[in-house]
Ligand binder design. Sequence first.
Ligand SMILES: Cc1cc2nc3c(=O)[nH]c(=O)nc-3n(C[C@H](O)[C@H](O)[C@H](O)COP(=O)(O)OP(=O)(O)OC[C@H]3O[C@@H](n4cnc5c(N)ncnc54)[C@H](O)[C@@H]3O)c2cc1C
Length: 489
Amino acid sequence: MTQLRVAIIGGGLAGLAAASVLAPHGYRVTLLESRDRLGGRAGSFTDPVTGQLIDACQHVSMGCCTNYAHFCKTLGIDGYLEPQRELWFMTPDRKVTRFRADDLPAPLHLARSFANAHYLTLGEKLRAGYALAMLRLASTKDDPPFQEWLERHYQTQRIIDRFWGLVLVSALNETPDRIGLRYARKVFVDGFLTHPRGFVVDLPTVPLGRLYGNEMRQWLSNNHVEVRSLTGVRKIVLNKSQAQGRPQGAPGIQSADLSLIRTTDTPIPGAPFGRPWAWGNVARLELRSGEFTEADWYISTVPFDRLLDLLPPEAVDSEPYFANLRNLGVSPITSVHCWFDKPATHFPHVTLIDSVGQWVFNRGKNEHDEYYLQVVMSAARQFRGLGREEVQRQVVEELRRLFAPLADANLLRAKVVTEHAATFSAVPGVDRWRPPQGSPIRNLLVAGDWTATGWPATMEGAVRSGYLAAEELLRREGKPQRLLQADLA
Ligand SMILES: Cc1cc2nc3c(=O)[nH]c(=O)nc-3n(C[C@H](O)[C@H](O)[C@H](O)COP(=O)(O)OP(=O)(O)OC[C@H]3O[C@@H](n4cnc5c(N)ncnc54)[C@H](O)[C@@H]3O)c2cc1C
C-alpha cells in the first residue's frame, strides 16, 4: 500500500508533536522548517563568547502538562526534565517563602505553604482562599475580565499583585487586568487545585537547543520523518478544482474553478462549520527557494500572522476561520542573561515579588568559571521604549540588591533578549478567535499554540494542537483515533 504523504510546515513543538504521532501511524512525514534548528520559539542561540548554547528564554513546564510530558517521553528526551518540587518566593527585603507539597490530597497539599507565605497577611490569605474556592466553582462558559471578577470577590490590588499576578503573569504572559477568567481559572485549577503533581515545575537540565536536539532528531530519523531545515514555505497553493476538494458523499458544487469563492451557506452534515469544502484542496507548497513540494495532507504549524501571509488573500478575506485570526493580539517576554564572577545564591530559581524581574533562574557555573543567571519578565510591556542598556541596568541593580554576594561581584557580560510576539494574548473572550485544527480546506490542518486547544500559549498547548491536528487528519480519513492524553485526575 502506498504511504500517504504529510507535509508539516514548521518545526516548532506543534509540528514536531504532529509528526511524532503521524509517523508511527504509517504516514510519510516531511517537516519543512525555515530555520536551521527545530523547537521554534522554544529555542537557543549560540553564545559568541563561549560557543555555548543559551536559551533565548528559559522554558519550564508543569506537572499538569500531560501531553508535553507524553511527547517528551515518546521522543526519549524526558530524562532532561528535572522536576522542581520546591518553589521559592522572595520579596525585596530578601525574605523567602518555600512552597512545597505536603502528603495531603489536593487542594490541601499546598495549604501549609500558603499559610506560611510571608508576603501576605492573614487577612489577605483568607480573602485569596475565598476567591480560590469561588474560582474553582466558576463557570467557564463565560470569560469575563478577570480583574473585575477579582475585585468583585474582595481581592485588593495588593493581593492581586502579590498572589494572582505572581502566578498568572508567568503562566499566561499577561497581567490580570488584561486576561479573562477562563484561562486564569485553568492555571489555578489545573496547576494548583486538582492534583499534587500539577504545580511541580519541570526544568530542562540542558539548553532547549540540546533538549530538542540529537535524541529527537534520531527518533525522527528512525521513524522516517524527513526533516528539511532552512526550507521556508512561501505560499500555500490552492487548487482550482472544487470537485476534488469535496469529501466523498458530501453534496457540492459541480463547477470547477470556484475554489476561492464561498459556495453556499446551507449546512452540510459532516463538513466542518456545516459547509462544504468551499476552499477546495491545497495543491502544493511553494518554497522560498522557488521549488514546489506536494503531499496528500498539509499541516500548517506556523504562527497565526505567518499563516495569513501563506494563504491566498481572497481565502483569508472571505473565510472567517482565517480572517478572525486578525483579532488575536500578542504579548512580549524579555529575558536578561547575566554572567557574574561570583555565585549569587544556592536557590536553583526564585520568583520575585514586587520587583522588576519576575523569575530568576540560576544556571550555575559554566566551563569559563562564569556564574550565569537568567531573569525572565513576562508581559514585559513596561520596557517598551527603554533601550536594552536601561533594561539591563534595572535588572542587574535589582539582582545586586537581592543577592548579597552580587553586591561586589563583577558583571562579566549580559544580554537582553525580547520576543515581542512571544505568545498570543489571553484577553477575555479570546477563544472566539482561536480556530479548531480542521480548516475549511479539506487537506489542510492547522496547529500551533494559538489554535483552539483549551490551553494558554505554552509548550503543552502547542503539543496538544499537534495531536489534535493529527486526530482531525485521521478523522477526515475515516480512521478516528484519540491521541490527546488525559489530564491529571
Ligand atoms: C520568550 C518565551 C518564553 C516562553 N516561556 C515558556 C515557558 O516557560 N513554558 C511554556 O510552556 N511555554 C513558553 N513559551 C511559549 C512556547 O514557546 C510556545 O507556546 C511554543 O513553543 C509554540 O510552539 P508552536 O509550534 O506552536 O510555534 P513556534 O514555536 O512558533 O513554531 C513555528 C515554527 O514554524 C517555523 N516557520 C515559520 N514560518 C515558516 C515558514 N514560512 N516556513 C517554514 N517554517 C516556518 C518557525 O521557524 C518555527 O520553528 C515561551 C515563549 C517565548 C517566546
